[in-house]
Design a binder for this molecule. Structure first.
Ligand code: G4P
Length: 191
């Protein structure tokens, strides 16, 4: 998606250890015009998949998931990383290990929001090692739902996540694929 690549070049910053900072338009302060275009783009890519729910994980996945749900006309659900006070019903739960942060989160979604009839699109901001997307797909499988695809805003193609998800049989669509983040420079995968 050229406008996302252009914006990363203009406003993204490479910080140490292969990390891309995009908090001024995607992950902290959100540009709603760009986010709506991103939602429309995901909706176009997956338009033939009869999707009934968009599923993501808090926090930075929520904005793209909501705009994708808006464009598709379906609800967006975000998995929580900690249990909410009002979550007193049955939960779908999975463990997600973050290699970046070296912590395990217990993610959950209320069982009532997903069923075996759902066709789910998983959306997330970054794909690095793929553990968040795998954890989300595990929640969907517990509900008997079908995961029809995974949509990512920024894929770090120099990490293992994409291959892992493809090996698991998922369709992965990333809007910006980053080949390297070295010497303060972003290089994209040639497409
Ligand atoms: P994985 O899910 O693909 O295995 O990724 P990993 O554990 O390595 O990443 C953990 C967190 O760090 C995720 O956010 C992910 O979105 C984020 N992340 C990974 N690489 C980058 C990067 O280069 N830049 C930025 N800005 N974020 C990155 P999270 O812990 O779920 O946090 P949040 O969504 O609450 O912000």
């Amino acid at each position: 998606m050229q406008i996302l690549r252009d914006r990363i070049m203009k406003d993204g910053t490479v910080i140490g250890d292969g990390v891309l900072k995009v908090d001024n338009f995607l992950t902290h302060q959100v540009d709603p015009v760009l986010m709506q275009q991103i939602g429309d783009h995901f909706a176009e890519i997956f338009k033939d998949e009869k999707i009934t729910k968009v599923v993501t994980i808090e926090a930075s996945g929520i904005a793209p998931a909501v705009f994708t749900g808006l464009s598709m006309g379906v609800p967006a659900i975000f998995a929580r990383k900690s249990k909410s006070l009002t979550m007193n019903e049955e939960l779908l739960t999975a463990e997600v290990y973050s290699f970046t942060k070296q912590v395990t989160s217990h993610i959950s979604i209320s069982q009532k929001f997903l069923s075996k009839d759902d066709r789910v699109l998983i959306i997330d901001d970054f794909l690095a090692n793929g553990q968040a997307a795998l954890g989300l797909s595990e929640l969907c499988h517990q509900a008997g739902a079908t995961v029809v695809g995974i949509g990512i805003m920024i894929e770090k193609s120099f990490q293992d996540g994409r291959q892992l998800l493809i090996d698991e049989g998922y369709r992965v669509e990333s809007l910006a694929r980053v080949a390297s983040l070295e010497n303060n420079e972003v290089k994209f995968v040639e497409e």
